[in-house]
Design a protein around this ligand. Structure first.
Ligand SMILES: Cc1cc2nc3c(=O)[nH]c(=O)nc-3n(C[C@H](O)[C@H](O)[C@H](O)COP(=O)(O)OP(=O)(O)OC[C@H]3O[C@@H](n4cnc5c(N)ncnc54)[C@H](O)[C@@H]3O)c2cc1C
Length: 249
């Protein structure tokens, strides 16, 4: 699509925070009203820019958690202890505040629902689940019946973002968890980091021509994407979004 057809798309604009929702002890959603929002595709992200009183600026990417059909643009930020930007967004920002936003960004890590012949495999590490919330909501809103498997790696059950919403995903969406640090008594889900063996049990067989999306900390994405290719997934059918950092969830 010609950039000229989307005037102002990559310009910074001020978004007003109209609501905040505490999702977990570390993660908070910010609902933004963006008067000049051109619309987005499920899976895209925005840049956020903060400017301090002395003019110092910090900029970070955040996936869009809301579906294209939803009102407002929702971001969900996981607070990184000692981080420069995320603790400000989770602990300081409140409704009524204005934040600089640029986007939507990204044309590769997106799912429009126009290829219903490919089952979806969504693999999330930590806050890497955020764009998948947009994809799942979009799937529901367009009435898609594409079968979906989501494997979500989180530290512990209280760290799982959108848990009630994921539990209510409905027909055709199978959600499983692996808890890496702490499992509650009687836990029947998976434990530990995502391994090739765990993936082999969860992934669609490659002859179904699935489309895989992998999102989260860089180490998580690289391990999981490599394991999928090892299972026979063509690299072109494994889309990745790296959030940075070395830590795996
Ligand atoms: C396209 C894109 C989309 C993103 N979407 C989201 C999102 O929806 N929600 C969200 O919470 N974050 C998301 N991120 C990550 C986000 O941009 C920031 O990197 C994150 O919030 C940390 O920023 P910070 O300024 O608080 O930490 P920093 O001050 O940048 O980093 C503090 C320390 O944490 C390490 N670190 C940085 N990022 C990570 C990470 N992801 N995991 C583990 N360690 C890390 C750094 O190496 C450093 O040591 C996304 C990143 C990208 C590139």
């Amino acid at each position: 699509m010609a950039r000229a057809a989307l005037p102002g798309r990559l310009n910074w604009q001020l978004g007003r925070v109209v609501d905040t929702i505490q999702q977990t002890h570390r993660a908070k959603s910010l609902v933004l009203d963006l008067p000049n929002w051109p619309g987005h595709r499920a899976g895209q992200h925005v840049d956020i820019r903060l400017t301090s009183d002395d003019g110092y600026q910090a900029q970070r990417g955040y996936s869009i958690a809301s579906a294209p059909e939803d009102d407002g643009v929702t971001l969900t930020v996981d607070r990184l202890e000692g981080g420069e930007v995320s603790p400000y967004l989770t602990d300081v920002v409140e409704p009524g505040d204005e934040i600089e936003v640029r986007g939507p960004i990204g044309g590769y890590f997106v799912w429009d629902g126009t290829e219903p012949q490919h089952p979806l495999l969504l693999l999330a590490g930590g806050s890497g689940v955020v764009p998948f919330r947009s994809i799942l909501r979009h799937r529901a809103r367009i009435g898609s019946t594409v079968p979906v498997r989501l494997l979500y790696s989180a530290r512990s059950l209280p760290d799982v973002i959108y848990r009630p919403e994921l539990a209510a995903s409905g027909d055709g969406v199978d959600v499983s968890y692996t808890l890496t640090r702490q499992q509650p008594p009687g836990w029947t889900g998976h434990s530990g980091r995502v391994t090739p063996d765990l993936l082999a049990g969860v992934a669609w067989p490659d002859d179904l021509m699935p489309l895989a999306f992998v999102c989260g900390p860089t180490a998580f994405v690289e391990t999981v994407a490599g394991a999928l290719v090892g299972l026979g997934y063509p690299a072109g059918q494994v889309k990745t979004e790296r959030y940075g950092g070395a830590g795996a969830s």
